[in-house]
Write a protein that binds this ligand. Structure first.
Ligand code: ZN
Length: 323
């Protein structure tokens, strides 16, 4: 089996364009892939190949200035890129049949499959994906923080000799980090504990020009949270039980798809620079353990809530009605 370290760069839409494309596709496209970068590693974590291609976008044809600043990819470069259809065929051939994807963070593969779908291309070939950020956390401090690749490279004293935010370079850096981790064990633990990301979406990110949310309540009222769809069949998910509100503005909701069974939707809020809120929503397959832990937390939260209510009743006497 080969490990494919995958990194994508994608173009984002200017607001008017995003709406027009959403109408045309009937679904929201969060970005359009303009570069696929990948490095192949064998089971002994030896690098044995690399892949890079620039793709000509079909929906968001004008390069967004933030994207250009960050990646150095120019309008000319994407104008000369190849169509996604061709890039996908080449990439798929290069990956081969016996591979898994390793990415830094949960965003890349959902972006890839969304793009394939928007272009009417098959997503069935996309191999299982494991988030190295999660494996890194499990094998270091056990936290659930989202460490940047730069941070982790520094921790491992890996020198950054190439410019960052080029998909191939980032895939290569990710490979250097992966080489320091126990991938086999990580994958085993990962699938035990976390389930696989079926979908990850960030929205309301005012820092990159989207419209932020005025309050957490507004985020929870967004269709992405209130009316989520199954990432696999796009049918509306049914909610099972209550939503869990955990520390650090995290919310979890157990859901059910008639066809794909139990799924867990996790929503995590963060502040934008301008004070508004953005959110990251992930959907994972929920196994029996995850469901049990979730339900335990919900009943604990309910007990705490009613205990608080009881305490309040005793310490703060109800105002006596004037006779
Ligand atoms: Zn489904």
């Amino acid at each position: 089996m080969n490990y494919i370290l995958l990194d994508l760069e994608w173009n984002q839409a200017y607001a008017e364009q995003a709406m027009a494309v959403q109408k045309r596709l009937g679904t929201r496209l969060r970005g359009e892939v303009i570069q696929i970068g990948a490095v192949k590693m064998d089971e002994d974590k030896q690098i044995c190949g690399s892949f890079s291609v620039i793709i000509k976008p079909k929906f968001f044809r004008r390069i967004h200035r933030h994207v250009m600043q960050l990646t150095g990819i120019t309008q000319d470069m994407i104008d000369m890129g190849i169509p996604l259809e061709e890039a996908n065929a080449r990439f798929r051939r290069w990956c081969g049949d016996n591979a898994v994807f390793l990415t830094w963070g949960p965003d890349d593969v959902p972006m890839l499959t969304d793009n394939l779908r928007a272009n009417g291309l098959d997503t069935g070939w996309v191999p299982p994906v494991y988030d190295l950020q999660v494996i890194y956390n499990m094998q270091t401090d056990g936290s659930s923080r989202q460490r940047s690749l730069e941070y982790v490279m520094e921790q491992f004293e890996i020198e950054q000799r190439l410019p960052a935010h080029d998909a191939l370079n980032d895939a290569y850096f990710t490979a250097l980090v992966a080489a320091r981790l126990d991938i086999k064990k990580g994958i085993a633990m990962y699938s035990d504990r976390r389930g696989q990301y079926l979908d990850a979406v960030e929205f309301g990110n005012a820092d990159v020009g989207e419209k932020g949310f005025s309050s957490p309540e507004q985020v929870l009222k967004d269709d992405l949270v209130e009316k989520p769809e199954c990432p696999l069949c796009h049918k509306r998910l049914e909610f099972v039980g209550k939503m869990l509100h955990a520390k650090g503005q995290r919310y979890s909701q157990l859901c059910k798809c008639g066809e794909h069974g139990s799924l867990m939707m996790n929503v995590r809020l963060a502040r934008n620079i301008n004070g508004t809120f953005r959110a990251k929503r992930t959907i994972v397959e929920a196994d029996a353990d995850m469901i049990a832990t979730h339900q335990e937390k919900i009943s604990r939260a309910q007990t705490e809530k009613s205990a608080k209510r009881r305490r309040r009743r005793y310490t703060r006497p109800a105002t006596a009605k004037q006779a």
